[in-house]
Structure formats: structure tokens, C-alpha cells
Design a protein around this ligand. Sequence first.
Ligand code: LMR
Length: 401
Amino acid sequence: VFNTVAQAPADVIFSLTAGYKADKHPQKINVGVGAFRTDELKPYVLPVVKKADTILFNNADLDHEYLPIAGEPSYTRAATKLILGDNSPAIAQGRTGAVQTISGTGANHTGAAFLAAHFKGSGKVYISNPTWANHRNIFASLGFDVQEYPYWHPATKSLDYEGMINTIREAPSGSIFILHPCAHNPTGVDPTQEQWKGIADAMREKNQFTFFDCAYQGFASGDLDKDAWAVRYFVEQGFELFVAQSFAKNFGLYGERAGNLTFVCKTPEDTKRVLSQFEKLQRSEISNPPAYGSRIVDIVLNDPALYAEWKENLKYMSSRIIDMRQKLYQHLVDLKTPGTWNHIVDQIGMFSFTGLKAPQVKVMIEKYHIYLTDNGRISMAGLSNSNVEYFARAVDDVVRN
Ligand code: LMR
């Protein structure tokens, strides 16, 4: 039965981690996967997560019963409040609902599956060029016609705002646009607030559907509210929309798969019906969401002292990344590496889009044992005070040769 099954290509990001692990070179570096590391290049368990763990562990009433199909309400409510803001009128008006998902991927998938079944649009989904590789996989697997909107402008190493706006205007009405509200993956380039206003205008003019994918709230600027600005602005402007949230990065809960999909509708009645369809969908896909990671997030988001401590942990992570950006930039300037490198410090979030081309990336991997995706994206968290100079020297070499 299976002799006609074609070999699928390996996942670009996770195959780099496998290559890195198998590499015995003492100076190897993994800047492939977007996972935070300490300056000792160790995974980071957030101190606030350790505290929440202890609370969970000592809770004598804790059991392993099923969670409700749409997830634990205290968790989904807190996640919605985190992204839409404490004083969101949409929440107060009962126009928001949420479903607990298997991290950000699950939130994208669940949202996409819902839209495939219930959204009477053009059937086209627009993703940024470039974007996180999984966006295409997820939407294509549900039968959408996946198109791209321009995002990265190679010559200026910044946002192709005109290209993006023009595509929103030229796309057939009722198309779905996947937008990254902060810390764009892979470029680290975000629209300014003025540009977001222009994007919202174009989306409204053409009646396009907004699907935000927010995997880095708190990572971009270290400020949870600032990083949610675009989402809140769209909600304020009256858009009906979806927001996918992941707690992999901002809680360091990569393997626990804690995510959420918030939806904002026109009326409380619509919200109720939409939620019922999400529950039906979720039941057939995962039945009930997993409890461990979401319990950690639930504890922290609903306790003012732990929430304050989480913000400190977030500041530590975002500052380490900003520090690495500055050090990498300075080494490249000191080495007089040909080209301009300001984009390294101008970009924000977990990633930097270096501008390295695929053949240069190949040399980085084969000669220097530095693992990065062939679009030139690097995860800043893979750099440290001990390896950033080696990394810069490798970049200098591949750029010159
Ligand atoms: C990344 O982009 O490296 C991360 O979001 C990990 C993943 O799932 O691809």
C-alpha cells in the first residue's frame, strides 16, 4: 500500500538542529532554531516558571482529568487579556472568544481549519515573503491557495511597505492575510505604527481578513503592551480577526505546547456560535488540549506578583538578545566587513535576517560549523559572549570570498 508514498523533504529548521547535534567541532554554533539560550548557551528555564512548577507540584487538589474542549477558561481568558489588553472594549462587550491550542502551530492550524470550513472568502491566503516556513505548510494542507505578499526589501534591508500595501489592494476581496504583529519571523523587521495604520486602511478597503500570528509578545521590545500594539489597534478599528498566540518563546515552554487562538467577532451572538464551531472542530482534532504548560501560564498570568516577575524574566531575555545584536554589529564594523550592518541592530526579536545568501550559508555550515537557515536568518540567542567574535569572523570571510 505504501510503495508509492514519496519521500518528504526534511524540515529546514529542525534538520539544522540535528546536523548541529551530530557535529563534533568544538566551535560549532546553532543559530538555526528560534530557541532562547543563556550566555552559556544553555536552555533557559524562566525563574517564574520554576516557581509556578512548585505551586503546581504542591497542589494537593491537582488531578489529571480532561480539560474542557476549548481549554481552561481562566487560561484562555488570561491569554486573550494579555494580547488584547486589560481594558479592551471588545472583551467588555463579549465579542471575544478563545480556544486553547497546541502552541502557535496549533493556533494557526485550528484557525485555518475553521476558516476552511466557515469563511466564504476568495480561498486565497497571503503570507509574507519571507515567512516562518510552517505558515505555507499549514494553510496549503487545508486546501488554501497560498500566495505571498512582499515584505523584505533586499536592497534597503527593510520593510517593502509599498509592495505589501499594493498586494493587499490587488488581492481579491475576502482574502486572508497572515500578519506578524511583532518580531517578524524571519526578518526581525516590523512595520512602524504609522505603517500599521496604512496596512489596516488597505485591509479594510478590500475587506481582507486579518489573521495575526503572535509568537513573540514580550520578546520584541521587552514590553508586552508595545508588542501587542498592532493587534489592539486593529481591534479598536473594529476588525473581526483571529490572533494565534504561542507561549513557547515568552515562557520558554517550547516542548509543552501551550498556545491560544483568540477570535474577535462583531457581536456576542456571533462569538457564541463561532466558539461552538471551534469546540466541534477541536473535539475531532485533539479532543481536549494538554494541561501542563497551560497550567504554568495560567498560574503566572493570574497572579500579580508572578506576572511582575515574568516581565523581569522577559526583560532579561530581550536584553541579552539586544546585547548580542550590538556585539555582532561592533565586531563586523571593527573587521570592516564589506557592506552595511545597521540592520543587525535595527531589527528586533529573536531573529536577524543577515542578508547572507544561500551559497554563503553553505560555507558557514561546511567550513565554520555554524548552522543557520539558507535564507540567512540567524537566531540571535545562539550567539554568546564566547562565540560572537568567531561568528563575525566567519561572516567576514564568506562576505569577502
Ligand atoms: C523557528 O522559527 O525557528 C521556531 O519558531 C521553531 C519552529 O517551530 O520553526
